[in-house]
Design a protein around this ligand. Structure first.
Ligand code: 1PR
Length: 592
């Protein structure tokens, strides 16, 4: 058994990376958290992984504070193998627009990182905003070995131009100017290899390699089998392999598919609402309009919580069916503290052992009091617990509503202390999802509310008293508490405070199988520039097509009930979308 060493500066989910290596097999893992440990193992290290998640400045500062910069530099110079991942790659560059205070990276490439431009002309031509962060599955456009273009069947550490890889970042080494392109060409002439990708009209470096070091902007440990192959090739030192036909994800029957504006595939998310049932077991449940209890047989009998299966079992099934992401929502967490909610943490750790796509977890993320010590536990620490158990993103529901209310009461400003602000400052905004639970509220005139209204065009959809306007009033605590705040206003405030994605539910459509709430999705998506996930109401594959075809450019679509009730498998949805020429990641292979 060989040993792989992983640099751990406590900046996010390293559990998934270590799970991916265990899954590949044949390696044991040692984490290195400071200079002393580096020194202790230095003479034995042959393969070093250098993963980074979240905020560039936070990550680089951690490297300095832990005195790891020099040992890493010396290690690279000694000619041994190192693989950087995401912010690990970014830290090899000179600096990043992400930090205004002049924090410097390791400077192996004398280039800077820039934020993606949400005002991308390709999107603007269609009246759209490009979502930033760049979240989802993209392909790479070109692989160049010392400047020479590789063929379609050649690869750099198994990265090839056909497969899809999972990216999640706002900043990248974007080839913005001729000067940058010239510098890259110069590096190529010195023997550097570069992998390029595009997000809309912006081209950026998806991977770099030079002699013994290699780094990817995407997350191989979250890129399904295609990503596991990349990790395996690095571990085995197979730098330039020919890719076998078996390892390429081609559209079924050679179908031609669209090229999406950004280059990302249509992302399909399987969601599991989890709670303890009346017997105290953690189960996946699903209701209609947030009522998760069965219809009771008699008035006197308390109806039971619907039990649709075991969380880890179902999540693994959806991964094997090709889900691009899996979300767990602990739907009753407002009643108890996740600090004592160890079963949910266990669910997550167990799921992360065999699911190699992103995992999101929600429920009860807020500042809280430790029920045992009575000490205040900040939300960022609660989130950290989830990240350590294998989550890539946390989703904030009820607390987001309170935060947005304070934001408006404070004249449109945050105070830096909220869960959204603190978690995004530490783990990056891509790690913070806002889960919104709105209900339609009809009004007779826009003057009847301070929230922005939607004019209802179709008379058949007017309110019960002929109201021609509505807005979406947000709720907290799983729909129990209603607030005088619109879904749009909530999302706008949360984006300003640092949220990276919106999971937009609709209580009116939840569990209805009648399709997504297009009116609500359109209102929010047209006004925020972070990705928006459509949720609630998916009943068949055509509903996914319908939501992706909307003009506003929805980023991902989530389904729950239709998967849990076995009406459709995730890949049924994807195959259907592909037959409609939509670009999806079809990954039926689950083993290396
Ligand atoms: O408020 O931060 O503690 O988080 C609690 C989380 O639990 C929130 O994200 C909230 O949306 C969720 N939640 C609370 N109560 C319920 C409930 O159902 N009683 N579930 C609930 C929300 C929303 C979707 C659902 C879709 C798709 N579930 O994820 O799965 O509506 O369903 P469908 O495809 O079958 O229509 P906090």
């Amino acid at each position: 058994m060989q040993t792989v060493y992983i640099i751990d500066v406590k900046s996010g989910n390293l559990q998934s990376l270590s799970n991916a290596i265990k899954h590949i097999g044949g390696y044991e893992i040692v984490f290195i958290t400071n200079a002393g440990e580096f020194q202790q193992y230095d003479s034995q290290i042959e393969r070093l992984l250098f993963p980074g998640v979240g905020n560039y400045a936070h990550f680089v500062k951690q490297l300095h504070d832990r005195a790891l910069v020099e040992p890493i530099r010396a290690y690279i110079e000694s000619g041994r193998a190192l693989m950087g991942i995401c912010v690990g790659l970014q830290s090899l560059f000179r600096d990043s627009e992400e930090c205004s205070d002049g924090v410097q990276g390791l400077g192996y490439l004398d280039l800077s990182l820039y934020k993606f431009n949400k005002e991308d002309p390709i999107f603007q031509e269609r009246g759209l905003i490009k979502s930033v962060p760049h979240i989802g599955w993209n392909s790479v456009s070109e692989i160049r070995k010392s400047g020479e273009l590789l063929d379609e069947n050649e690869s750099l550490f198994s990265i090839n131009t056909t497969n899809k890889y999972y990216f999640v970042h706002s900043y990248a080494a974007i080839l913005k100017t001729q000067e940058i392109k010239d510098k890259i060409a110069q590096y190529a002439s010195q023997g550097w290899d570069f992998v390029y990708a595009n997000y809309g009209s912006e081209q950026f470096l998806a991977a770099v390699s030079y002699k013994n070091f290699f780094a990817t902007q995407f997350h191989p440990e979250k890129s399904g089998v295609a990503g596991l192959k990349v990790l395996k090739s690095f571990l085995e030192g197979s730098k330039y392999d020919v890719v076998s036909a078996h390892d390429i994800q081609k559209p079924v029957n050679g179908q031609t598919v669209e090229k999406t504006l950004g280059g990302l595939t249509r992302r399909i998310i399987a969601c599991l609402d989890v709670r303890t049932n009346d017997d105290g077991d953690l189960v996946v449940t699903k209701g209609d309009q947030y009522n998760v209890r069965e219809a009771s047989s008699s008035d006197s009998e308390e109806s039971k919580v619907r039990n649709l299966g075991k969380p880890v079992e179902l999540a693994t099934r959806y991964y094997r069916q090709g889900a691009d992401e899996v979300t767990f929502l602990n739907i009753t967490s407002f009643r108890n503290s996740p600090l004592q909610d160890l079963p949910m943490l266990q669910v997550l750790s167990k799921a992360a052992e065999s699911i190699f796509v992103p995992l999101t977890v929600g429920g009860g993320i807020k500042d809280m009091e430790d029920p045992v010590t009575k000490k205040r536990v900040p939300a960022v620490q609660v989130a950290d617990l989830y990240f350590r158990s294998g989550a890539d993103k946390v989703s904030i529901g009820s607390d987001a509503v309170n935060i947005a209310e304070k934001y408006y009461a404070n004249g449109g400003k945050g105070d830096g202390t909220s869960s959204i602000e603190t978690i995004s400052a530490t783990f990056g905004n891509q790690a913070v999802v806002i889960s919104v639970d709105p209900k339609r509220k009809y009004v007779s005139s826009p003057e009847d509310t301070t929230q922005e209204v939607i004019q209802i065009i179709d008379p058949a959809k007017y309110g019960p008293n002929g109201e021609q306007y509505c807005y979406y009033q947000v709720t907290s605590q799983g729909g129990r508490k209603t607030h005088e705040l619109g879904a749009l206003e909530l999302c706008v405030a949360c984006e300003k405070l640092g949220a990276g994605e919106v999971l937009l539910n609709s209580i009116d459509h939840d569990g209805s199988n009648k399709g997504y709430n297009l009116e609500l999705l359109n209102q929010v998506k047209s006004r925020v520039s972070i990705p928006v996930i459509a949720s609630s109401g998916a009943g068949n594959p055509a509903h996914f097509q319908e939501v992706f075809e909307m003009d506003c450019g929805i980023d991902a679509a989530l389904g729950a009930g239709l998967f849990h009730r076995n009406e459709y498998a995730v890949n049924d949805v994807k195959r259907f979308l592909q037959s409609q020429k939509m670009d999806v990641r079809l990954d039926d292979k689950v083993e290396l």
